[in-house]
Every structure is written in structure tokens, then in C-alpha cells.
Design a protein around this ligand. Structure first.
Ligand code: APR
Length: 238
């Protein structure tokens, strides 16, 4: 069935989450203790947290940004980049991840719906700029030169994910929808499978364990992303 999709040049949408980067050494969000690298989500990943304690929020994201230098794309990221190069139809990779491992693997048609660790967002002039250094309360916007107005370009809880119109159109027009390494706990991403299924797409889940929306998929394959994603891509391109 999947090989038929490729032969027919069909439209493919892939959604990824933290699980695809887990094998690279990037921690996932929903650890057994309910904490995210030792913090409650509401203390580091909400606009209210940033207003209350910007130093803590900056320190949290500075640590995660710095950690990117210590990790590399794994076989799953590389396989998706190869799939994009060889897929004959429309292709869109939507990631909830804020790391840069997809682009470092070579992915191009990529949307970071929850923002990017390596970008800053100036609340004074609304510009997004590349950001690799630590960010602090005195950060200076490279566009408008304001200081103290730059925040991590991360979509926090309670904020609208990016590029939703483009994503929605791609999901509504896809023939094959694949979800990789996401728990299906956070909307709107968790609802993409329902839209894809409604429009008749074949829906595949690749994850370590069944996600919260597992029942919506026609096909589920369980295992580590760095094993099962390359195997699935090989099958699709065979
Ligand atoms: N290979 C495949 N899947 C894995 C692996 C692995 N090596 N390790 C973990 N997983 C799976 C887990 O079983 C889980 O289902 O990846 C999923 C990760 O789930 P979450 O930690 O909830 O991450 P994600 O779904 O990306 O979170 C969505 O929530 O906190 C917010 O904005 C944040 O983008 C994030 C969003």
C-alpha cells in the first residue's frame, strides 16, 4: 500500500515530535516524573512564566540551545531527508521539535510549528532573527536595536502554533500521513491524524509506544525511531 503511494506520486505529510530526536540524546517532554528536565511546564513554557521570571526561562532555553552543539541528527532524521529528496509528489515535514536536527540532516520542506531554539523574537518590532548565543534580559534586537525585548522564538502553552494555514491545507490534501515520535498529547498537532483520516489519507504511526491517538491510524509500528523510520522509508522507496 505504501509503495503504491510513492508510485502514484501522492501527497505526503509527516509530523514529528520529540521521539525522533530521543535517539540523538535530546530528552523528550513527558518523562515519567511529569517534569520537563526538572521543571514544571508552567514554570518555563508559558508567557506568564516569562513575565514572572524571565531569568529562569532564559536560563532554561539557553541550556537547551547550548545542548544542540552536543547532539547530531540520527538515522531517522537522515532517512526523512532522503525521502524528501526522492519523493515524487508533494511533501511537507511538520515538526513540533524546536531543535535543528531535521535541517542539519538536510530536510528543506520543513515547518517548525512550535518555533526554534536558534531564533529570537523581538516583541518591539516583531522580527525573528537567528540566535546561537545565550539570550538574556539585556538581549539586543539586531533589526530595531531595542534591548530587553527579545524572547526565545518558542511557541509556549497558550500561544498559536506557526503556519497553521499552510499545515492545515497540506493535511487536508494529503494521501499519506505519517506521525513519528509524538505522544499525541498536545493539540492542534494531535488532531492532524483525524483530519487526514477524514479526507481519506492512509495514516501511519511510528513510535516507541502507542500514542494517545493511536486508534486513528490505519497502521502502527512500534520501536525506536532510528530503527523503524529508516526501515519504513526503505520500504516506501523500494
Ligand atoms: N523512538 C521513537 N519514539 C520515541 C522514542 C524513540 N527513541 N523515545 C520516546 N519516544 C516517544 C514516546 O513514547 C512518546 O510517545 O516519543 C513520544 C514523545 O512524546 P512527548 O515527550 O510528549 O513529545 P511531543 O509529542 O513531541 O510533545 C508535543 O508538547 O511540551 C510540548 O511543545 C512541546 O512540542 C512539544 C509538544
Amino acid at each position: 500500500m505504501v509503495a503504491d503511494a510513492r508510485r502514484n506520486g501522492e501527497s505526503l505529510v509527516i509530523l514529528t515530535g520529540a521521539g525522533i530526536s530521543a535517539d540523538s540524546g535530546v530528552p523528550t517532554f513527558r518523562a515519567a516524573d511529569g517534569l520537563w528536565e526538572g521543571h514544571r511546564v508552567e514554570d518555563v513554557a508559558t508567557p506568564e512564566a516569562f513575565a514572572r521570571d524571565p531569568a529562569l526561562v532564559h536560563a532554561f532555553y539557553n541550556a537547551r540551545r547550548a545542548h544542540l552543539a552536543a547532539v547530531e541528527p540520527n538515522a531517522a532524521h537522515l532517512a526523512l531527508a532522503e525521502l524528501e529528496r526522492r519523493w515524487p509528489g508533494d511533501f511537507l515535514l511538520v515538526t513540533q521539535n524546536v531543535d535543528d536536527l531535521h535541517e542539519r540532516a538536510g530536510s528543506k520542506r520543513l515547518i517548525h510549528m512550535h518555533g526554534e531554539l536558534k531564533k529570537g523574537w523581538c516583541l518591539a518590532c516583531d522580527a525573528r532573527s537567528p540566535w546561537t548565543a545565550p539570550m538574556g534580559q539585556g538581549a539586543r534586537c539586531q533589526f530595531c536595536a531595542a534591548t530587553g525585548t527579545v524572547r526565545p522564538d518558542i511557541v509556549w502553552f497558550g500561544e498559536m502554533p506557526y503556519d497553521m494555514e499552510r499545515i492545515d491545507e497540506a493535511v487536508r490534501n494529503c494521501d499519506l500521513f505519517v506521525s513519528i515520535g509524538t505522544s499525541g498529547a498536545v493539540y492542534p498537532a494531535a488532531g492532524f491524524v483525524q483530519t487526514a483520516r477524514y479526507v481519506g489519507a492512509h495514516c501511519v504511526e511510528l513510535n516507541l509506544e502507542p500514542s494517545q491517538g493511536s486508534i486513528f491510524f490505519h497502521e502502527t509500528r512500534m520501536g525506536r525511531a532510528s530503527d523503524i523510520v529508516p526501515a519504513w522509508v526503505d520500504e516506501l522507496l523500494a
